[in-house]
Design a binder for this molecule. Structure first.
Ligand code: PMT
Length: 405
């Protein structure tokens, strides 16, 4: 399963260290080459000899104990690894990493690593919910570290709650999927155009009509398309997000600008994904100067913007057209109706009143509908994970037709 993949396991000091022993054993059995670094606290629970015997490799724990004089151990280990996993990751190591602290063998190696780093936290439920830890996890997430969420259950401290290190079998499965996915590029050679965020329709130089879209869903879709091998163009309304790596970003403001940008990339696109929350109306007249306050009420006359997706549906040749539907009631019925009216292949329906989803949230809950009758619900999960799952599902559904697009 993991033939010769080089995995560096960083073990920090918590009672869940015993599960890391099992993790290293399972990774080795799956064919991976595994090296282990331990913190001093981890060694209070299990000795390095245990990991050495299971991994059949030297175990590292002292930054100044250079076992091979030809290399600097923490740099060498960092360069060696295809994947680094910190399991269990204590509150302490998470906080150090979030602040760039490198004061032992684990943290110096982590800072020197350019491979993907996965963090599997394990701690008391109240520590996991502590504001500082939440803040540090969020900041590491933004820096590109991946988290394996702890599971819920009985904790060694006697509490029942979230904080248990994920089971070693599950971690091994995630690692196998990761390496499989890294050789799975179903969208290689395809151009995918994604739209994201809100549009702003100006009233005057200081005011506009818009909505609460943060762009998170669309940015996640673009990053997922890029990870599956696509040449990805992201047409983005005004948002406060970092540009996804490896994606061409075109910044627009209004629905009209979004329409022009999408049309200019439509002809040679294989897939178009319209995650943007385009304003349906704009002021009929845009004032050149700031509107002055007057006594009494005021009215602004609005007119319809162009329905970009409907235009794309009417011009469709070989493109796979995927829309989103933001609904507050009767979502599936309205979603199906939009597939028909806009000539779509798929629509991703989200009930934006769901507390786990919709505008601004990091997570979403959706149902994927297709013109061929697919109706697949996806439970609440982060928009990043959801984007991967949605696109992978669509790639599998379209495996026969993708070549012709
Ligand atoms: O950005 P986030 O904060 O992460 O939130 C994500 C989201 C809720 C915005 C996203 O998941 C979502 O639902 N996007 C579509 C929102 C929307 O405009 O839905 P709609 O049902 O009004 O439109 C249906 C489809 O038509 C959408 O694909 C939309 O992009 C498109 N449309 C709508 C109007 C218009 N003038 N032109 C369009 O192309």
């Amino acid at each position: 399963m993991l033939d010769n993949q080089k995995i560096l396991v960083c073990v920090t000091g918590g009672i869940a260290v015993y599960k890391s022993v099992s993790l290293v054993s399972k990774l080795t059995q799956a064919g991976a080459q595994v090296k282990v670094i331990m913190t001093k606290s981890a060694m209070e629970f299990v000795t390095p000899l245990t990991f050495q015997a299971i991994s059949r490799n030297d175990v590292f724990f002292d930054t100044f104990d250079e076992k091979d004089s030809r290399v600097i151990a923490h740099i060498d280990l960092a360069d060696w690894a295809d994947l680094v996993i910190v399991a269990p990751a204590t509150a302490n190591v998470i906080s150090k990493l979030a602040n760039g602290i490198a004061d032992d063998m684990v943290t110096t190696t982590l800072l020197a690593s350019t491979s993907e780093i996965w963090i599997a936290p394990a701690m008391n439920v109240h520590m996991y919910e502590n504001k500082a830890i939440i803040r540090n996890i969020k900041s590491l997430d933004q820096d590109g570290y991946k988290f394996i969420e702890p599971s819920e259950g009985y904790l060694a401290c006697g509490y029942v709650g979230k904080g248990r290190l994920e089971e070693p079998e599950k971690i091994v499965n995630l690692i196998s999927n990761h390496f499989e996915r890294n050789t799975y590029f179903p969208l290689k050679g395809k151009k995918v155009v994604v739209t994201a965020g809100p549009t702003r329709e100006r009233i005057d130089p200081v005011r506009y009509v818009s909505n609460f879209s943060s762009g998170k869903m669309g940015y996640a879709m673009a990053q997922a398309a890029q990870a599956l091998g696509a040449e990805t163009v992201l047409v983005s309304g005004p948002v406060e997000l970092d540009k996804p790596i490896g994606v061409t970003v075109i910044e627009v403001e209004s629905a009209d600008e979004m329409l022009q940008a999408v049309l200019s990339h439509y002809e040679d696109a294989s897939i178009v994904i319209k995650s943007a929350a385009v304003a349906d109306y704009r002021p009929k007249e845009v004032q050149l100067h700031k509107m002055k306050k007057k006594t009494g009420d005021s009215q602004i006359e609005l007119e319809r913007t162009t329905d970009i997706l409907q235009v794309l549906g009417s011009k469709k040749t070989s493109q796979l057209l995927i829309g989103f539907a933001a609904e507050t009631q009767d979502s599936i019925r309205y979603g199906k109706e939009k597939i028909e009216r806009k000539n779509l292949d798929y629509i991703i329906v989200n009930d934006v009143t769901d507390p786990d989803g919709g505008f601004g949230n990091d997570s979403n809950v959706v149902t994927l509908l297709s013109s061929k009758g697919l109706n697949r619900p996806f439970p609440a999960m982060t928009k990043k994970k959801l984007a991967n799952e949605l696109l992978e599902t669509i790639c599998i559904e379209e495996s026969d037709s993708l070549n012709d697009r």
